[in-house]
Design a protein around this ligand. Structure first.
Ligand code: UDP
Ligand code: MG
Length: 331
C-alpha cells in the first residue's frame, strides 16, 4: 500500500495551522478508509523560520496526532521554494508518494483523491491546475498570464496555471533531488524530470485566514528567478540587437553617403552619426558574444542531470549488467 506524505510549507501561519491540519487529516482518514493509501500516511509541516507560534502549533498537532502529523523545523526563513524542497527531500525517505500544498488551503483538498487515483493509474507527477482565476484580482490575473506567456517565449516549459500543488512519486522526488541548483524555480524543474504526468483541475479559493506571504516584491523576484534560472535567451537577445543595429548602421551609411553627395549635410555629421551607430552595434555584438560563453558556463555549473533513464530492457550477461537488470525489475 502506498504511504502518502502531504508536505506543507508554513511561514507565519498560526491562524491557519489547526485548520489546515484538521482538513488534511480528514482527507487522509477518508483515503485510508477507501483503501487508497496506507494507514500510516502523514502530513509533514515545514516551519520556514516563522516568527509567530507556528512551530509550537505544529508540536501541539504532533503531540495530539503522533502518526498523522509530523514536522520539520528549518533554522531560519529560507523562502517557500527552499522550504518545500526541504520538505519533499525529507518526506522522500519516509513515504512512497508526496503531495505538496500550501498551508492556507487555497488549493482544493478535495482533488487530492483524484491525484492519488491518477498516481495509481501510472502517473509519476500529477499537477494541480487552477481552472479559472475568479478569486484573484484583475491585477494578479493579468500579471500572472503575462508571466506564463513570457516564460513560454523565453523557452521555459511550465504547466499553465499550475503553482506548487502537485503529487510526486518517490522516484520523481528522487530524480528531482539530483538537481543541485540553488536558484530554485520548482514548477520549471518538474517538466525536466520526465515520466508520465497528468493534471487535475480545481478552483482556487480565498485564503482561509491570515494574509498572503507573497507580496508583489516576492512575486516579481520569483518571476525573474524563473526566467533567469532556466533561460539564457536574454543574452541571445543582446546579440540579436547588436546584429540588427549594425545592419541599420550599414543602411544609414548608404543614406549618409547619398546625403553627402547631394550636399544636404552639416560638416562632420556623417562620420559622427555613423560611428555612433556602428560602434554601438559592435559593442552590443561583443557583449552578446561574451554572454554566449557566460550562458554556457552558467548551464554547465548547474550540473543538471542530462537525462533520466526510466527503464532498461536487458538479460544481464555480465555481473555488472545483472545488478542493473535486477534493480530494474524491482523498480
Ligand atoms: N511560505 C513559506 N515561506 C515564505 C513564504 C511563504 O513557506 O517565505 C509558504 C506559506 O506559508 C504558504 C505558501 O508558502 O503555505 C504560499 O504562500 P502564500 O499563500 O502566502 O502565497 P499566495 O498564495 O498569496 O501566492
Ligand atoms: Mg496562498
Amino acid at each position: 500500500m502506498d504511504k502518502l506524505a502531504i508536505v506543507v510549507p508554513c511561514y507565519n501561519e498560526e491562524e491557519v495551522l489547526h485548520l489546515a491540519s484538521a482538513a488534511l487529516r480528514e482527507v487522509l482518514d477518508d483515503l485510508v478508509r477507501k483503501g487508497k493509501i496506507a494507514a500510516d500516511s502523514f502530513i509533514l509541516f515545514v516551519n520556514d523560520g516563522s516568527r509567530d507560534r507556528t512551530w509550537e502549533l505544529i508540536e501541539e498537532e504532533h503531540a495530539a496526532h503522533p502518526v498523522q502529523v509530523n514536522g520539520v523545523k528549518l533554522a531560519g526563513n529560507v523562502g517557500h521554494q527552499f522550504a518545500l524542497t526541504a520538505g519533499l527531500l525529507t518526506a522522500k525517505d519516509m513515504s512512497t508518494v508526496t503531495i505538496s500544498i500550501d498551508a492556507d488551503l487555497q488549493d482544493d483538498v478535495a482533488v487530492i483523491e483524484e491525484m492519488i487515483d491518477k498516481y495509481h493509474a501510472g502517473n509519476d507527477i500529477v499537477y494541480g491546475v487552477r481552472r479559472e482565476r475568479k478569486s484573484d484580482t484583475f491585477f494578479k490575473r493579468t500579471t500572472a498570464q503575462a508571466f506564463y506567456k513570457l516564460m513560454g517565449a523565453m523557452g521555459v516549459k511550465t504547466v499553465y496555471n499550475h503553482a506548487d500543488f502537485r503529487l510526486m512519486s518517490k522516484r520523481a522526488v528522487e530524480e528531482f533531488s539530483k538537481y543541485k541548483e540553488t536558484n530554485l524555480f520548482l514548477r520549471g524543474m518538474m517538466p525536466l524530470i520526465g515520466y508520465r504526468t497528468d493534471s487535475v483541475y480545481y478552483d482556487r479559493k480565498e485564503r482561509v485566514a491570515g494574509e498572503s506571504k507573497y507580496p508583489l516584491k516576492k512575486m516579481l523576484a520569483l518571476a525573474f528567478n524563473g526566467i533567469s534560472s532556466f533561460s539564457v535567451k536574454p543574452i541571445s537577445l543582446i546579440l540579436g540587437a547588436g546584429i540588427v543595429i549594425i545592419l541599420i548602421s550599414l543602411l544609414a551609411f548608404l543614406y549618409a553617403l547619398i546625403s553627402y553627395f547631394t550636399g544636404h549635410v552639416v560638416a562632420g555629421w556623417t562620420s559622427l552619426i555613423l560611428s555612433i551607430w556602428f560602434l554601438g552595434g559592435m559593442e552590443l555584438l561583443a557583449i552578446g558574444m561574451v554572454g554566449q560563453y557566460i550562458g554556457k558556463i552558467y548551464i554547465e555549473v548547474k550540473q543538471r542531470p542530462r537525462y533520466n533513464i526510466e527503464k532498461v530492457l536487458c538479460s544481464g550477461q555480465s555481473h555488472k549488467e545483472d545488478a542493473l537488470c535486477i534493480e530494474n525489475r524491482e523498480g
